[in-house]
Design a protein around this ligand. Structure first.
Ligand SMILES: *[C@@H]1O[C@H](CO)[C@@H](O)[C@H](O)[C@H]1NC(C)=O
Ligand SMILES: *[C@@H]1O[C@H](CO)[C@@H](O)[C@H](O)[C@H]1NC(C)=O
Ligand SMILES: *[C@@H]1O[C@H](CO)[C@@H](O)[C@H](O)[C@H]1NC(C)=O
Ligand SMILES: *[C@@H]1O[C@H](CO)[C@@H](O)[C@H](O)[C@H]1NC(C)=O
Length: 427
């Protein structure tokens, strides 16, 4: 058994089964610290306690920790030996704002969740609007958190998140309304005999309630997240299986009605991964947009998640032509979850340089695309990254790291200069 599948078992207490990069994010969301070496993987999570043994000599344990706890220190140093640090000081968001039209640069943050909001160094950087003009809640607006019991909504975490962003003057991409993962048990419980009619009503109620409640405090909503398989076919989610493919159109129709009822400006997005380059999945996502448009149903934009690997990131030209295929349909695009992970740890000096080039490709593609409204990284500090627990042995994907561990100063990697170079290359 792979470490990954063992993690899946170990985190079975989470609201849904893990498997894809984003499914695995459920685990990442609960994960506070990962230490890795050739033979051990230790994951500290807020879910249940299990001990796992992986294939070969690798083994690891998942131990419980209160979700409010701090991360513990890393026992194996995976920091690069030759770190070159950033030299550009203008700020990611300031550079984005200087383009015409203005763009934003933002980050996801898991608050409450990994404990990052108790790390004063993390928080000071999150608050730094020179770098971040936009925030995305990593988890707290997902269905399990917002409607934990049928028809009983919990806005507390979302309100707190919005209040933090508003205090700083940061806009918020609200995330997400309809996704197959991190659903509450009342919805996924196999003994609940949903029919197309009853599940449609539940979905409509969830969408309408949250869009109307948070209104224009959300700059955008990811209405449906990850509806597609990598070959472009429909992902067989609970919504797809019970309602059929029409669930997709119904979701956007419902969102549109809520926007209209309240006279809102909030933008309605579709969000997915592996649609950042031309191929069957990107084409299928374009067809979803066209399908809504042919029925005069509102869709304002497509989120390109952009979870990339050093050296395997699509070229800037490829990303630009893919963005053009979407914007040519009359919708905005946004890079919504960017990170560029190292497939090995520690990264080599050459990989650090390549990581800078890869960040530059994606930001540069956005800068050169008039209707690319901004770039969001899926958190900015390796200490709190979802990557190491999802892809054991990989990491170093974010723009900052903490050589001394949690609650110590952040170091801005040379990759950060790639972000600035990307914005500055905009035509
Ligand atoms: C971050 O910003 C919030 C809201 O402005 C503020 O309450 C908090 O004290 C700030 N934290 C740090 C560490 O700057
Ligand atoms: C609502 O959500 C908040 C934030 O996650 C949590 O602390 C609180 O316990 C929840 N309230 C209820 C009644 O479940
Ligand atoms: C759901 O359907 C199954 C099979 O038809 C039945 O045995 C079960 O009692 C039903 N559950 C509920 C909660 O109605
Ligand atoms: C992409 O779609 C084409 C045409 O439908 C199909 O022949 C091909 O196998 C698909 N490729 C992948 C990788 O799924």
């Amino acid at each position: 058994m792979s470490v990954r599948s063992l993690l899946t078992l170990g985190l079975a207490a989470l609201p849904a089964v893990l498997g894809s990069p984003l499914e695995a994010r459920a685990a990442a969301a609960k994960t506070t610290t990962v230490t890795a070496s050739a033979s051990t993987v230790t994951v500290t999570a807020s879910a249940s306690t299990v001990t796992v043994t992986a294939s070969g000599s690798a083994c690891g344990s998942i131990t419980s920790a209160p979700s409010s706890s701090h991360t513990t220190s890393t026992s194996v140093n995976t920091n690069p030996t030759t770190t070159e640090t950033a030299t550009q000081t203008i700020g990611f968001n300031k550079a984005a704002k200087s383009l015409s039209p203005k763009r934003y640069f933002g980050t996801a943050a898991d608050i409450p969740g990994t404990g990052e909001n108790q790390d004063p160094y993390y928080m000071a950087e999150l608050n730094n609007t020179k770098d971040f003009g936009q925030l995305t809640p990593a988890n707290i607006m997902k269905w399990y958190a917002t409607e934990p019991e049928q028809g009983v909504f919990n806005y507390t975490g979302g309100n707190d998140f919005l209040a933090l962003a508003e205090a700083n003057g940061q806009i918020v991409r609200c995330h997400n309304l309809v996704w197959y993962n991190q659903l509450p048990y009342w919805l996924t419980n196999p003994t609940t005999n949903w029919t197309a009619a009853t599940l449609t009503a539940v979905m409509e109620n969830h969408i309408t309630n949250l869009i109307e409640y948070w209104g224009d405090r959300c700059y955008a909503w990811d209405v449906v997240n990850e509806a597609l398989n990598d070959d472009g076919s429909w992902r067989e989610t609970i919504f797809y299986e019970v309602i059929g493919p029409s669930y997709f159109d119904i979701a956007y129709k419902t969102a549109q009605a809520a926007v209209k009822a309240k006279g809102l400006k909030v933008k309605l997005y579709y969000n997915d991964y592996n649609i950042e380059y031309p191929g069957n999945k990107s084409t299928a996502a374009q067809n979803l947009v066209k399908g809504l448009q042919s029925q005069k149903i509102k869709i304002d934009g497509v989120g390109l998640q952009s979870h990339f690997i050093i050296g395997e990131t699509p070229s800037q030209a490829t990303q630009e032509s893919n963005m053009a295929a979407f914007t040519g349909l009359g919708v905005d695009v946004a890079v919504t979850e960017l990170d560029v992970r190292s497939p090995n740890l520690p990264p080599t000096a050459a990989q650090e340089t390549q990581q800078k080039a890869d960040y530059q490709s994606t930001v540069g593609a956005c800068a050169n695309t008039q209707r690319c409204v901004g770039v969001t990284v899926w958190d900015f500090d390796d200490t709190y990254s979802w990557i190491p627990s999802t892809f054991p042995g990989q990491g170093y994907g974010d723009l900052f790291f903490q050589p001394g561990g949690p609650d110590t100063p952040l170091v801005k990697k040379v990759a950060a200069d790639g972000v600035i170079a990307g914005w500055e290359s905009g035509t």
